[in-house]
Design a protein around this ligand. Structure first.
Ligand code: 5GP
Length: 131
């Protein structure tokens, strides 16, 4: 059965996309730790990130770098933090999270509740700064 993220790739499940090419997709996390919390995935489904073949792994992180630069330009933060967890969704993904301190990257914290309009606005702003 395809992962929930493969269903996002196919369009079966909607998402707030911020960047896409033929191999990778970046979209907003639906339960964000911070405004601009973004997930970056390879479109080809692999569960564990360290099982991804070397070339694709490198390209995934280069794609994530591009997205992180863009997040940093439009979301006020000290840094864009990077995390890989993968305990909930078995489709490799990188979390990009705007942070001002270590407490901002605590996954056990309550998540933000954003409106559809807020998600759309954030996704558009990040998308507009992708180079
Ligand atoms: P992890 O697998 O890294 O522990 O967590 C998976 C992440 O995916 C969580 O932060 C969760 O909020 C996010 N997530 C789970 N399902 C969906 C979904 O359907 N859409 C989006 N945009 N994010 C999701």
């Amino acid at each position: 059965m395809p992962s929930i993220f493969s269903k996002i790739v196919s369009g079966e499940i909607p998402s707030y996309k911020v960047a896409e090419d033929d191999r990778f997709l970046a979209f907003l996390d639906i339960n964000p730790l911070a405004k601009g919390h973004t997930l970056v995935i390879p479109k080809k489904e692999t569960d564990y990130i360290f099982d991804i073949e070397d070339d694709e792994y490198k390209e995934l992180f280069l794609f994530a770098k591009k997205v992180a630069k863009s997040i940093g330009k439009c979301i006020q933060c000290e840094r864009v933090g990077v995390a890989v967890i993968g305990l909930e969704v078995a489709h490799a993904h990188i979390h990009l999270i705007p942070i001002n301190g270590i407490y901002d990257i605590d996954f056990s914290k309550p998540k933000l509740k954003l409106s559809q309009e807020e998600f759309q606005m954030i996704a558009q702003r990040i998308a507009s700064k992708i180079e």
